[in-house]
Design a protein around this ligand. Structure first.
Ligand code: GCO
Length: 255
């Protein structure tokens, strides 16, 4: 009984920003749990490489390369996905970006780009997908927050603002959509080895700080987010709603 709670056979899962990094790892993980994964991103070469790897493993996969910051492209993209792959059962709002720099010098254009990528995308894609979930009276929505949904660090204020909004948007959506048997949760990665963090990993002093600041004493790996993604996408979490599940080696609870 217990393992079947995590079985995603027959489910369609859309993962935004899944050409690389955390999104790709979660897409592969949901696929390994049985889901038909729909990959999304901007880099079609990376998406095709990911699609081929999953298909070569004998699992159902497709690609939908629409721009998650463009509401019309999102509406069209979601309609196309559901026409080809079927109704979306699981939405992973992963698309995101990071730009670092002193707040007082932060360019407005960079602020708008981060907000569009990390937050407008969650609004546009969730709104488009939730319509069908409400009609079907079932769905799983998982957005990728951050330890920065709860904490602050100098030089990443815009990113932090968006990740704090992901946390509270998750709570608002949980409150509104719960009655439709839709569970809305978030995952808060800590310091994970990804392309987004390459500059930090290369900085020996910063990397040493991460290891000392994290009770686990190390950076996390993208594959370590898969369990949380499967849990929040499966029957195992049918009574979990509005939760931000930190996967951070303990960083957010330690001083
Ligand atoms: C930084 C990092 C962090 C984390 C991210 C993971 O510049 O401090 O990008 O923001 O990697 O928050 O959730």
């Amino acid at each position: 009984m217990s393992l079947s709670l995590f079985n995603l056979e027959g489910k369609v899962a859309l993962v935004t920003g899944s050409g690389q990094g955390i999104g790709l790892a979660m897409a592969e993980g949901l696929s390994s749990a049985g889901a038909h994964v729909v990959l999304n991103g901007r880099d079609t070469a990376k998406l095709e490489a990911a699609r081929k790897a999953i298909a070569d493993a004998g699992r159902e996969v497709s690609v939908a390369a629409f721009d998650v910051t463009d509401q019309h492209a999102v509406e069209e993209g979601i309609a196309m996905v559901e026409a080809k792959a079927g109704p979306i059962d699981i939405l992973i709002n992963n698309a995101g970006m990071q730009k670092r720099g002193p707040f007082v010098d932060f360019a407005a254009a960079d602020w708008h780009q981060i907000v569009a990528t990390n937050l407008h995308s969650v609004f546009y894609v969730t709104r488009a997908v939730a319509k069908g979930m409400v009609e079907r009276k079932r769905g799983k929505i998982v957005s990728i927050g951050s330890v920065m949904s709860e904490l602050g660090r100098p030089t990443i204020v815009p990113y932090t603002a968006t990740k704090g909004a992901v946390k509270t948007m998750t709570r608002g959506l949980a409150a509104e959509l719960g009655k439709h048997n839709i569970q809305v949760n978030a995952i808060g990665p800590g310091y994970i080895v990804t392309e987004l963090n390459q500059a930090l990993i290369a900085d020996e002093a910063f990397s040493t700080w991460v290891k000392s600041r994290t009770p686990a004493g190390r950076w996390g790996e993208t594959k370590e987010l898969i369990g949380a993604a499967i849990f929040l996408s499966s029957t195992a979490s049918d009574y979990v709603n509005g939760h931000l599940l930190m996967v951070d080696g303990g960083l957010s609870v330690a001083v």
